[in-house]
Design a protein around this ligand. Structure first.
Ligand code: HSE
Length: 308
């Protein structure tokens, strides 16, 4: 019998990962949204329900709707779709809230149509929604949401996504301070140019990080997770960033940096126990402030979006 409905878990993601601005990302497992996509006889895309956060249900003003419309325009199926979104990833958190919705809608529609498109093609349609949300076409949250694990966006035109291996003992601990940083604003403060010296350092770290993932070399992961180009400018937007980073690194995190455009801060750790201990350190530091926050510990989700 023809499947008319699919329920999805659409995961949160960490973009940039310090050394790979706009190109690197990884997928989380314990935080994400639920989405339901339903095939309808009438044509077009309708967003029937959004819970969790107050977001527009007008298709042309919602990232899931915009991505779905772009996909429909290309595939021209003889049916329409309803989208239901149950959000748990707060918009503007820096852990890929808009990407989860944009990726989920195209994944679900493609699935119900018998998977005519591959994940790279789906990423390119989801980018239309992401561009609406952040005013820039980047796929560093979308690619890990769709492919799972670590991904490298080698180019956006044409779109080329490389799947990188995930060392089995790698866990993330993340703090989400509940302050608002708009991606467009966090991009606007960045200088248009950088020095050759910075470029060389960042390229060396990026290359060695990719090698470290391939060889499960945790020491090399640690020495590669550095950002000399973006973090020095953006960290001023996040209270206690330097203190938190110093403390988690002193407590044995492999790396720490701004998750996407912030305000979330990610750490990568060897082993779940270490990630839990680092989450405690983060909790202590932010408990000294008046800023509410959420803490997450997650293994790396190597699957990406999951059918429930
Ligand atoms: N790479 C993007 C940025 C991710 O840092 O601006 C934000 O969604």
């Amino acid at each position: 019998m023809e499947q008319k409905e699919v329920k999805l878990f659409t995961p949160a993601t960490v973009a940039n990962v310090s050394c790979g601005f706009d190109i690197l990302g990884f997928c989380l497992d314990t935080i994400g949204d639920d989405m339901i996509i339903r095939k309808t006889e009438g044509h077009g895309i309708t967003i029937t329900k959004i819970t969790g956060f107050d977001l527009p249900t007008t298709t042309t003003e919602n990232v899931a709707g915009i991505s779905a419309l772009a996909l429909m325009d290309y595939l021209k199926p003889n049916c329409g779709f309803e989208i239901e979104i149950h959000k748990r990833i707060k918009p503007g958190s820096g852990i890929g809230s808009s990407a989860a919705s944009a990726a989920g809608s195209v994944f679900g529609i493609n699935y119900l149509l018998g998977n005519p498109l591959n994940k790279t093609e789906l990423t390119s349609f989801a980018m239309k929604g992401e561009a609406y949300a952040s005013k820039a076409e980047h796929a560093d949250n979308l690619a890990p949401a769709l492919f799972g694990g670590f991904t490298l966006v080698k180019s956006t035109q044409p779109l080329q996504v490389l799947q990188l291996p995930t060392p089995s003992d790698l866990f993330a601990a993340i703090i989400h301070p509940q302050i608002e940083i708009k991606t467009a604003d966090a991009r606007a403060i960045l200088p248009r140019e950088t020095s050759l010296k910075n470029c060389i350092t960042q390229t060396a770290n990026m290359g060695s990080f990719v090698h470290a993932l391939h060889t499960s070399d945790y020491d090399l992961i640690e020495s590669s997770l550095k950002d000399v180009i973006i973090e020095p400018h953006r960290k001023a937007l996040i209270p206690k960033f330097d203190t938190l980073k110093e403390n988690v690194m002193a407590s044995g995190a492999l790396g720490c940096g701004i998750s996407g455009s912030g305000p979330s801060i990610y750490t990568l750790c060897k082993g779940q126990d270490k990630a839990k201990a680092i989450a405690e350190v983060m909790t202590q530091i932010y408990s000294d402030t008046t800023i509410p926050f959420e803490i997450y510990v997650s293994k790396i989700n190597t699957e990406g979006i999951k059918i429930k």
